[in-house]
Ligand binder design. Sequence first.
Ligand SMILES: [Zn+2]
Length: 318
Amino acid sequence: MDARTIVAVDIGGTKIACGLVVMGESAPTVESVVKVPTDAAQGGPAVLARVIEQVRDAIERSDRHPVGVGISSAGVVDPRTGDITYANEIMPGWGGTHLAAEVTAAVGLPCCVLNDVHAHALGEARWGGGRDKASCLVVAVGTGIGGAFVERGGIMLGEHDEAGHIGHVCCPAAAGVPCSCGATAHLEPIGAGPGIIREYIRLGGDELCADGSPMHGAEIDRRAAAGDPAAIAAEARAGRALGEVMGSMCNMLDPSCVILSGSVAQCGPAWSDAMRAGFAEQAMPPVAKTPIIGGDLGGDAPLIGAAENFVRSAYVEI
Ligand SMILES: [Zn+2]
């Protein structure tokens, strides 16, 4: 048995990634990753069957002998049981899946499951941008905004395993704006990518790119760099709002660092200068110098986090 090889799976709304994570002495390595469509609309049992197939394939195509399965999944996860306790309409029928138990029954290996945002954060905190840091606030900004707080390798889960929803925190610039969760004035609808596009168009920006495709964030960022006032204003509003909320969260949590990742975090100075200005306005003096850094692991972060979670939870009990 190779005591440090874990099958790692990342289950998202559009794709399932599965590979092997070898937990080395210094840093984990990710091998043999295969991605397949989730086809979430086919329902929970079909997705589960696909996950099991991917795990079996990963075991068979390797000459290593994995000791277990670590899974990162969309939806609300009870990491104590490995059950998916809730999933939204993006993954119909996924909620209620006894994921860890089903995978263990199918492949005969112990299995641990963590929510995908939490897994991403655990990977970055332990082995990515936050390695050697005592605590990390991890924030991912793309089509939505996710977050997690990791202290000394432990994810803050909260009573409902829901902790870290930094996109659903009140912020002044979002006053009156409806949020996907049903509330108003939350950060996500103005701070995430779709909010930047909506604001750009509201300010008079084009609805379509030059090639006729719908306007998208990378094009707005390019236009902001070229001096387009509407693009600059749309990015600045989103960046400032995110920075304000991150500053407020640092007052609350006092992390060693903030790890910022996701497509929106790649935006240029119109966004990042506003983000840092918003942060500086809200952060109290003791936390004002909290480093805001980028993630190191990219798409491997959830796989590494899922494997790390396995090592930290199930493996020590078997
Ligand atoms: Zn909300």
